[in-house]
Design a protein around this ligand. Structure first.
Ligand code: HEC
Length: 208
């Protein structure tokens, strides 16, 4: 009897240990012990969006060509806490943005105290660079003073750039080329595919 009691007690103890071990392991795997929500939900694939380019949506040139300055002006409300865009406007927390497109990065306004991250970045505010910057200022210039999370929609970034362009100009807009060509070949293929069907229909008409 005593023997059996020991055996049972042993199994109870053993399964307790196993259960404890499993709960620790599952906690590790699923982060059940962390209650804060992760900043980005789901599995983030770094760089996938920009590398996907053409296949994941219209490219920058297309978005700029089809963009909407008025929509960009509305989006600019997000920037007004820190920036002015009018010619000769004062610097705020951030520098005046009049005519910034096409200018060297991080030196557009003389006398503004840029961070080293931005003033040392190099290059100009091309549409591509501005697009990257507006998507994620920190991703573009790690250590920047601009505390702005970024605009996740490519369309919003294009519209905002068109608004900036309205205020002081910028480089010539890139011309979207490739998609039109693709559409043309698709159309040709469609016409070729149609021809036999039309002949058949004509034959059927004759027979009737
Ligand atoms: C919380 C304040 C803040 C907000 C909001 C903000 N910015 Fe900025 N911005 C800054 C600061 C500060 C800098 C300078 C960054 C540095 O030196 O690292 C800057 C720099 C810039 C530059 C570079 C200017 C140059 O001379 O090279 C651009 C372009 C810019 N911001 C555009 C925008 C746009 C467009 C928005 C709105 C979508 C925006 N910013 C929102 C604070 C802000």
């Amino acid at each position: 009897m005593e023997n059996r009691f020991n055996t049972i007690a042993g199994w109870v103890l053993f399964s307790g240990i196993v259960a404890l071990g499993l709960s620790i392991l599952s906690g590790k795997f699923f982060h059940a012990d962390k209650h804060e929500r992760p900043e980005t939900l789901g599995y983030v694939i770094e760089g996938a969006e920009s590398e996907g380019g053409a296949s994941s949506g219209p490219d920058l040139a297309t978005l700029l060509a089809a963009g909407d300055v008025a929509a960009g002006e509305k989006l600019y409300a997000k920037c007004m806490a820190c920036h002015t865009v009018a010619q000769g406007g004062a610097n705020g927390i951030g520098p005046n943005l009049f005519g910034v497109l096409g200018q060297p990065i991080g030196s557009h306004v003389a006398g503004f105290a840029y961070s080293g991250a931005l003033s040392g970045h190099g290059g100009d505010w091309s549409y591509e660079n501005m697009d990257e910057w507006l998507k994620s200022p920190r991703g573009f210039a790690n250590g920047t003073k601009m505390s702005f999370a970024g605009l996740s929609k490519a369309e919003d970034r294009a519209n905002l750039m068109l608004y900036l362009r309205e205020n002081g100009g910028g480089p010539a807009l890139p011309t979207p080329a490739a998609p039109a060509e693709e559409a043309a070949t698709d159309e040709a293929a469609a016409v070729e595919g149609e021809a036999p069907a039309a002949e058949e229909a004509a034959a059927a008409d004759e027979a009737a």
